[in-house]
Design a protein. Sequence first.
Length: 129
Amino acid sequence: YIQQGGKKTRLGVAKEESPEQRADALTERLNQFPQDTEAREQLALIYADDYGQFEWAANQIEMLVRMPHQSDREKIRWLEMLADFHRRNSDKAGTRRAYQRIVDMFPMHPGAERARHQLAMMGDARKES
């Protein structure tokens, strides 16, 4: 028996789980362990990548960013994910807000410099109106 992806199989090839099955398993895990950051991040990615539900994904990321006792590095990474979700949803204002939050929350962190660069690459927000 080989265990892969949480499923045991005699042939050594695990049956692929559908996005729905993975989302259900992660939701159940989060019902039991709401502070499981890895499960919440994976759920956000499923919502964005498999369902195209960027708002659902953003809600999961917001929960991660608000969790106590998380490193600045992790919070910045999650906010960068949030910016990417907004970008993929053609939401320039949301993308800009996510990057600006990094700059505002962590002005001296190297991640803020990356965010400033992204904001500069996006250009002047007034031209988008």
